[in-house]
Design a protein around this ligand. Structure first.
Ligand SMILES: Cc1ncc(COP(=O)(O)O)c(C=O)c1O
Length: 390
């Protein structure tokens, strides 16, 4: 008999009932160090007092009104995002997938309105993940993502990662945009080198193509800058955001330049819940922390510490781990054994990590994880690796 919850996830038998900072507590009172943060969502950890206050204060006043009316909380968060990024304008969504939908629509509409309706093709790269809607799975294009869900939305061209010749050869008069994650998450914590992102920006400018960055997983402070592309000193035309921006409340956004957004006039897009007062009140409280330069400096310091400790862990367990990769607090342990086994051994020792493609175990802790919690996390991962060796 089919379970009452549609069985699209292979769930671990863990049942958490409470979260405190970087810790999760299960129904038996067992404490787990959470290095997954709900897959890069709980940017400020669990139950951060400022987020609880923002949510409950808003909840006592007004939950929802509809985008038919002005929403001051939405305006405040949009203003703050515009002030802190390349963007001139923001549309709020409820998830990364919805941000992908709008990014694709916005890019195609841009060229349509410029008199180039033939420019519809969006170039994507091996290992990418942009969500689970029809457009997002077409963007990934792998059999695992699209199998059985045809007809696949046309207009996506899939390219090998890092193959400049293939990229140049793929560009023609129908090319609309390049869509890429500055750091691939699901694909296995693969950072795009700064010079490659700079090269993509130049290519887009030279050829008249829009650059869409998917910062759903790597954005909102995760790499130690507010947005990952800032490291390369270039900016996109359109950017997808979600996950960390809501700190655990379902919230996403598409940020864009005025030019790239020029086709999105009244009536071209909408969302019942996107930008709702509750989500935006929480999002503003998240951004008040994460956009603070001192906070970001702290993320970089904690990231340096975690990375150093992980290098030590890899050296201590050469049969389990091969290397550390990634950037900021978006790190991956490349494993010599099945990453799922490492994740499971972590559960036994009370530490949560997340598997990804390419034999990677992901570490995406809350951005404000303490040094003591980093030390304890390494201790528990060390115990997990020792158990696997035994
Ligand atoms: C880079 C990236 N884009 C898009 C998505 C889809 O986001 P959501 O699951 O919120 O729809 C994800 C989710 O993991 C992601 O990592």
């Amino acid at each position: 008999m089919i379970p009452s919850v549609l069985p699209t996830y292979a769930r671990a038998p863990l049942h958490f009932v409470k979260g405190e900072g970087s810790w999760l507590i299960d129904e038996n009172g067992r404490r787990f160090l959470d290095l997954g943060a709900g897959i890069a969502v709980n940017a400020l950890g669990h139950a951060h007092p400022d987020l609880v206050k923002a949510l409950t204060d808003q909840a006592q006043n007004l939950w929802h009104v509809s985008n038919l009316y002005e929403i001051p909380q939405q305006q405040a968060l949009a203003d703050a995002l515009v002030d802190n990024s390349f963007a001139d304008t923001v549309f709020f969504t409820n998830s990364g997938t919805e941000s992908c939908e709008l990014a694709v629509k916005m890019a195609r509409k841009y060229w349509h309105d410029k008199g180039h309706p033939e420019k519809i093709e969006i170039l994507t790269f091996d290992g990418c993940f942009h969500g689970r809607s029809s457009a997002a799975i077409a963007a990934a294009g792998t059999p695992k993502m699209i199998g059985g869900f045809g007809p696949v939305l046309p207009g996506f061209v899939h390219l090998p990662w890092g193959d400049h010749d293939a990229l140049n050869a793929a560009i023609n008069d129908t090319t609309c945009a390049i869509l890429i994650e500055p750091v691939q998450g699901e694909g296995g914590i693969r950072p795009l080198p700064d010079q490659c992102l700079q090269g993509l920006r130049k290519l887009c400018d030279d050829k008249g193509i829009l650059l869409i960055l998917d910062e759903v997983q790597c954005g909102v402070g995760r790499t130690g800058k507010l947005f990952a592309h800032e490291w390369a000193g270039v900016s996109p035309d359109i950017m997808m955001v979600a996950k960390g921006i809501g700190g655990g409340f379902p919230l996403g956004a598409v940020l864009a330049t005025e030019e790239a957004a020029s086709g999105m006039v009244a009536g071209t897009h909408g969302s019942t819940y996107g930008g709702n007062p509750l989500g935006c009140a929480v999002g503003k409280a998240v951004l008040d922390h994460v956009a603070d330069p001192a906070f970001l400096e702290g993320v970089r310091a904690r990231a340096g510490l975690l990375r150093q400790r992980l290098e030590g862990l890899v050296a201590a367990h050469p049969d389990v781990f091969e290397s550390v990769r990634g950037t900021g607090l978006m790190l991956g342990l490349r494993c010599k054994i099945a990453p799922g086994d490492v994740v499971k051994a972590g559960y036994d020792k009370g530490v949560i990590t997340v598997p990804a493609a390419d034999n990677i175990v992901r570490l995406l802790p809350p951005l404000n994880i303490t040094e003591d919690d980093i030390a304890e996390a390494i201790n528990r991962l060390d115990q997990a690796a020792s158990a696997l060796e035994a």
